[in-house]
Design a protein around this ligand. Structure first.
Ligand code: BGC
Length: 357
């Protein structure tokens, strides 16, 4: 009897799985989705593209995945090609969204829905949904990490600090910066944080295209112009692991050594190299953004616009792109340092233990 029951249960399970998959495939059946990613020069976007492609293909969509090597015009051409080749939905992580306004209008006029992936598409009404992480929240998390780790919160200081921000054409860079300064500005005001270079303005501290080389150069200039002869930098705010590598290289060049007067350096993306640098002490912290979850949320948005289903949305007020407020799903960023790195990155299956060695 028991055996019979389990056979019936198993058959039901198999039937519902087959039926479910068949139903999804029928809706998706060969519909073309264009996925435009900014660059392969950083590990996260490679993972994002791979996750999106795999998840969409598993549902029966045909995916045209393109990377633009941070070349704004190349991304415009890729999107034009996707439209010409019959894409029925576009998923876009933009390089400079202002350059996309015309091609997005073209998509809209042909009834092709657009989903903004990680980076908001600004100044357009041609975007249906936005899947991202809480970008201001990331800045807040970075600020709070510094506040707690250094003891600023308990009255310690003064500490010398320098700031780096992301690319000025990326809305995320502005939001992160705002969240971070909201936490740390009071300490600059009270003198517990001292920005020796006095460079705190976004336009001065930003890093076009989030470039590691640009960051390294700026850090070299900051060190040679403001530090040395007994004056050391204690904290460097970095909004991206790639920028943190540039900062670390400049510090090494100026004679700083891990373990002695090496400053606290933040980051973002939990890249494998950053994780290794955190273990070795070359970087202090990063922000873990689980791109698997982001891709999952984005796929539900693709299904919504192509199949008429309802995607999960958890923010309908924050992301005003100067034309419309884009309904968004914000994933939660997690601060990672040497104390929780293995638990977060290995425990979640993002990396294997062997990869970190
Ligand atoms: C993303 C970050 C990434 C940065 C540089 C931002 O738009 O939100 O995760 O570090 O771009 O690629």
């Amino acid at each position: 009897m028991k055996k019979l029951l389990s056979i019936v249960a198993l058959s039901l399970l198999v039937f519902s799985l087959v039926y479910g998959v068949a139903a999804l495939s029928a809706e998706a059946a060969g519909k073309k989705v264009g996925v435009a990613m900014p660059t392969q020069s950083s590990q996260r976007w490679i993972a994002d593209g791979k996750n999106m492609k795999e998840k969409l293909e598993a549902l029966g969509y045909v995916v045209d995945l393109q990377y633009a090597d941070d070349d704004v015009q190349a991304q415009v051409s890729q999107l034009e090609n996707m439209i010409t080749n019959g894409a029925e939905c576009l998923v876009i992580a933009s390089i400079d969204s202002n350059a996309l306004i015309n091609v997005l209008a073209q998509a809209k006029s042909r009834g092709i829905p657009v989903i903004a992936y990680d980076r908001l598409l600004m100044d357009t009404d041609a975007v249906s949904y936005y899947a991202t992480f809480d970008n201001k929240g990331i800045g807040t998390v970075i600020g709070k990490y510094v506040e707690e780790k250094t003891g600023l919160k308990d009255g310690k200081g003064p500490f010398n600090i320098e700031f780096f921000a992301g690319s000025p054409d990326d809305n995320n860079a502005h939001m992160l910066n705002a969240g971070m300064f909201e936490v740390l500005q009071p300490y600059l005001d009270s003198g517990k944080l001292v920005c020796v270079s006095k460079q705190t303005d976004f336009n001065t501290i930003c890093t076009l295209r989030w470039s590691q080389e640009t960051a390294q150069q700026r850090m070299e200039n900051l060190l040679s112009g403001n530090y040395g002869t007994g004056k050391d930098v204690d904290i460097v705010i970095s909004p991206f692991d790639g920028i943190s590598y540039g900062i670390a290289a400049a510090l090494e060049g100026a004679g700083y050594k891990v373990g002695t007067k090496w400053p606290l350096i933040t980051g973002q993306d939990a890249e494998l190299m950053a994780a290794k640098n955190i273990i070795s002490g070359k970087q202090t912290q990063t922000i873990f953004k689980d791109t698997r979850i982001l891709a999952e949320k984005c796929v539900t948005m693709v299904q919504a616009v192509l199949e008429g289903s309802k995607p999960e949305i958890n923010d309908t007020t924050t992301y005003n792109n100067n034309v419309i407020v884009v309904p968004s799903y914000l994933c939660t960023p997690i601060s990672v340092d040497k104390d929780n790195l293995v638990e977060q990155l290995v425990g979640s299956g993002y990396y294997t233990k062997a990869e970190l060695e």
